[in-house]
Design a protein around this ligand. Structure first.
Ligand SMILES: Cc1cc2nc3c(=O)[nH]c(=O)nc-3n(C[C@H](O)[C@H](O)[C@H](O)COP(=O)(O)OP(=O)(O)OC[C@H]3O[C@@H](n4cnc5c(N)ncnc54)[C@H](O)[C@@H]3O)c2cc1C
Length: 446
């Protein structure tokens, strides 16, 4: 009896790739299907464009993992209810397990009036744009000169970095529900935009909210010392913060284009030792011509797993075992059943949480659960696995879905590296799927 299985992994970001490694190490064969032509997910299309060392290091690791003959990569293959292949199709083909590591592709907004105006964007779409992911790479963004970024985590810093250092706009206004102490960005990340901080404005802003900070026991002098630096904003480009503000309306002109943001001023209260924002009913207007939401992502419901409040529903039970298997099992609340043989990991399990290392760790813990599930099932012979892979490829061909293999990705990367050398840059990416497929076809024909 074989104890080897054929596993489908949906999504080749860090979670899917590190997960594939664990599955291959356990002796299983993996078909790794990825929406994008190139693997890497947000490591390729999220991490900031100039983090050369980190990006090239991750690319090398991913390439090594995918070189395992037990790993079969299929790029440009999106799984979902409206796609050529659904999760049910994969179940019918007969994979021993299906692992969903598709990240968090849904966008979150605040649900306020005016959100559909021209000039309102989600940070992930903007990040995908400046990282050259099709189709966002070629999409036009009406950025303007004064941009409000809502949220104050590391994604805000990346977007502000692009706007101030690359687009060279006049001003970024960071709008946050709570105060300076509650920032979610890392100081080391912030350094790339610190030179634009309008220190006089920051001093005034902290003085404005001082009574609310004091009310929750925060030390205004210490906060001023930490957050107000010396000097004028570099090159006249300004970075300002509006704390204790919850946007409640995007204001647009007659052409439907953003001209401002209405926000309710907040006070802070302490709840279970944590600061919580509470509206005061008093409004303020922030004049901007673009609004970017950097408030996290949600998973994509069209993937076809039970979904609630922006996340896939997982088994609420606490099952014995470390890691807790239930945390990785999708669960249908209407039938109170888990979806047998299907698992989630990485940002598909816990949207927008943590760096690459966290996604890697989550996938590795998740694959322990998958491997132990597979250990209790009868495996497949090599021939049976081949038949199933053939059936998968046949279904894709019947539906005219154009997929690429890891060999194709290598051809594409070779062409991109040549182009980068010619342009004397460290990196070059084609910006449309059509162009990438054309380049691959041309290289295949050589
Ligand atoms: C703006 C930004 C900057 C970041 N910067 C850093 C940084 O500097 N350092 C760091 O360590 N971490 C950084 N991170 C975090 C890091 O990128 C994530 O922790 C990690 O990428 C999450 O991995 P994942 O595999 O779960 O999801 P993702 O990376 O999102 O990968 C998901 C993959 O699934 C594929 N996919 C999606 N839907 C489908 C589908 N339906 N069918 C098939 N495939 C699908 C996608 O094509 C993608 O390849 C950053 C994140 C963001 C958003």
């Amino acid at each position: 009896m074989s104890n080897q299985h054929l596993v489908a992994v949906v999504g080749a970001g860090p979670a899917g790739i590190y997960g594939t490694r664990k599955l291959c190490e356990a002796g299983h064969r993996v078909v790794l299907m990825n929406r994008d032509i190139k693997p890497g997910g947000l490591a390729e299309y999220g991490i900031f464009v100039d983090k050369e060392k980190m990006k090239t290091g991750l690319r090398k690791q991913f390439k090594r993992i995918l070189a395992d003959p037990k790993a079969f990569y299929l790029g440009h293959v999106e799984i979902g209810n409206d796609q050529p292949l659904s999760l049910q199709d994969l179940q019918k083909i007969g994979f021993g397990a299906i692992v969903v590591t598709a990240g968090a592709q849904g966008t979150k907004k605040l649900g306020i009036a005016g959100e559909e105006s021209l000039g309102v964007y989600h940070a992930k779409d903007v990040v995908y744009h400046f990282n050259s992911l099709p189709p966002f790479a070629e999409r036009h963004f009406e950025i303007g000169r004064r941009v409000a970024i809502i949220g104050m985590g590391n994604v805000m810093v990346d977007v502000a970095n692009w706007l101030l250092n690359h687009k060279k706009i006049d001003q970024v206004v960071v709008v946050a529900r709570r105060g300076p102490i509650e920032k979610a960005y890392d100081d080391s990340e912030f350094e790339v935009i610190e030179q634009y901080l309008d220190n006089a404005d920051m001093k005034q802003e902290i003085a404005r909210i001082a009574p609310q900070l004091t009310a929750v026991g925060q030390n205004v002098d210490e906060i001023t010392q930490k957050f107000v630096k010396q000097g004028e904003p570099a090159e006249g480009r300004r970075l300002t913060f509006r704390y204790l503000c919850s946007p409640n309306k995007v204001i647009a002109n007659e052409q439907g284009r953003v001209i401002g943001l209405d926000a309710e001023e907040n006070e802070m209260i302490l709840q279970d030792g944590k600061t919580v924002a509470k509206g005061t009913g008093k409004n303020r207007r922030i004049d901007v011509d673009c609004v970017i939401y950097a408030i996290g992502d949600q998973v994509d419901a069209s993937l076809g797993l039970p979904f609630s409040r922006g996340a896939f529903v997982t088994n609420p039970e606490k099952l014995p075992g470390d890691p807790n298997p239930a945390a990785y099992q999708p669960y249908d609340p209407s039938t109170k059943q888990i979806l047998d043989g299907i698992f989630v990991a990485g940002w598909s399990r816990n949207a927008s949480v943590g760096l690459v290392g966290v996604a890697k760790q989550d996938a590795e813990r998740g694959m322990k659960v998958v491997n132990s599930y597979l250990g209790a099932k009868e495996g497949l012979s090599a021939g049976e696995m081949e038949e199933r892979i053939e059936a998968l490829l046949e279904t894709l061909k019947q539906k005219s879905a154009e997929f690429v293999t890891k060999e194709d990705v290598e051809l594409l990367e070779g062409a991109e590296q040549e182009e980068a050398r010619a342009r004397k840059t460290w990196d070059f990416k084609y910006t449309s799927d059509a162009k990438m497929l054309e380049v691959i076809a041309a290289r295949r024909a050589r």
